[in-house]
Design a protein around this ligand. Structure first.
Ligand code: G3P
Ligand code: MG
Length: 244
């Protein structure tokens, strides 16, 4: 169980504004060994980290991410919606997170947010940047858009991919094989111990999301998952320390 990856979902997103550098740094302080984030493209083709396709919920801006340039987005405040203490947090670019991960062993789970907006060239851009930083071995690319994951594998066989899904896919380890995907990023309720065993036998890792309840974390650890995506990396860190 020592190698279970503790993925902080959008950083430490219950005590910091999600997908900000403050949330990523806090996650590492709390014992996260992985960070999950969401990437989208600006109007002028830059990679920014934000969950929603629109700016309204988590920034001082309005409208679609895709309709704004990087310069415009850099003006926005991405922290004050959460708490005044975080005023001045900006939308990070993917580079800033990769810089943080460089030199340490942190696994970065980059979720391509291309289920609603089909960002052209997103796969190539993300892969190029990961390679530039020499982080191919430390990255897992995930998406609900599985065509996109297949494309990633075709471009970069050396970078791991994980299929995101919500419900009862039939033998997801076999399905993942058809996409040459390495991991199953399943909604946690869709994960049963016998599925984890079958996936292991097929060489596929399970990284369930988003698991915040310690009892559910325990259940999944006992089932033998390879990582857990959580908003509370401190809770998972405490459980992993108990198991040692
Ligand atoms: O990657 C796990 C999880 O982040 C997928 O859903 O909507 O939180 O990006 P969402
Ligand atoms: Mg996500």
């Amino acid at each position: 169980m020592g190698n279970v990856v503790n993925f902080a979902h959008r950083g430490s997103s219950k005590i910091c504004p999600e997908n900000t550098m403050a949330a990523f740094r806090k996650a590492l302080e709390q014992g996260a060994t992985g960070i999950e984030t969401d990437v989208q493209l600006t109007k002028d083709g830059h990679m920014v980290l934000i969950h929603d396709e629109t700016l309204n919920r988590t920034t001082t801006g309005t409208g679609w991410v895709k309709d704004h340039t990087l310069e415009e987005l850099k003006e926005l405040d991405a922290g004050s919606w959460f708490h005044p203490d975080f005023r001045g947090e900006r939308l990070p670019q993917l580079d800033e997170l990769l810089e943080l991960a460089k030199g340490g062993g942190t696994i970065i789970n980059i979720e391509l947010k291309n289920g609603v907006v089909p960002y052209e060239g997103l796969e190539e851009k993300v892969i190029q940047r990961v390679r530039d930083y020499g982080l191919s071995g430390q990255v897992v690319i995930s998406s609900f858009n599985h065509y996109s994951l297949l494309l990633c594998k075709q471009i970069a066989p050396e970078i791991r991919t994980g299929i995101l899904y919500m419900e009862g896919l039939y033998e997801p380890w076999a399905y993942a094989g058809t996409l040459q995907a390495d991991a199953l990023h399943a909604y946690h309720r869709a994960v049963l111990p016998e599925f984890v065993a079958a996936a292991k036998a097929a060489g596929k890792a399970y990284h369930p999301f988003t698991v915040n309840d310690p009892d559910e974390m325990r259940r999944l650890l006992q089932a033998g998952v390879d990582g857990i995506i959580t908003d509370y990396p401190d809770r998972l860190d405490a459980l992993l320390a108990e198991e040692k």
